[in-house]
Design a protein. Structure first.
Length: 142
């Protein structure tokens, strides 16, 4: 993660995450995030102008985001800005700036979430990641 190109956004999903797979089988989820700043005007607050960002999430995080997030969910995205340009078949030049997400999660400011470790045999050598009692089998980080 390049420190000079890192962004953190908090906003609401404008639609359901779209989960797709590349021809090589890599998962990618895309969604749009609406970010509206709150502005103070004297003793009151008002909404500023809303900005919309396309967010791309890859691999297991993409699958988890598609399973967890839904339209309207307030979430936090940490990632990098990425600009792309292309030419349409009609010869028109197009460009877009997107967020390549490193981390995505629900915001707990106005909601609660139950965190559950995802079990995926590709990421943990075939083990489910949990013991029969439901406890995680890795050592605590302290």
């Amino acid at each position: 993660m390049a420190a000079d190109n890192q962004v953190t956004l908090v906003g609401n999903l404008t639609d359901e995450p779209e989960l797709r797979f590349t021809t090589g089988g890599t998962a990618v989820a895309n969604f749009r995030l609406a970010v509206t700043p709150r502005l103070r005007e004297g003793d009151t607050w008002k909404d500023g102008e809303t900005s919309f960002f396309r967010v791309n999430v890859w691999r297991l995080a993409a699958e988890n985001a598609a399973e967890t997030l839904q339209k309207g969910t307030r979430c936090i995205v940490v990632g990098r800005l990425r600009a792309r340009s292309w030419e349409t078949p009609e010869g028109e030049k197009r460009s877009v700036t997107e967020i390549e997400a490193d981390e995505v999660g629900p915001s707990l400011k106005f909601a609660i979430a139950k965190v559950e470790r995802a079990s995926n045999s590709k990421t943990n050598g075939g083990a489910s990641g949990k013991r029969a009692g439901g406890d995680f089998n890795d050592e605590p980080p302290f």
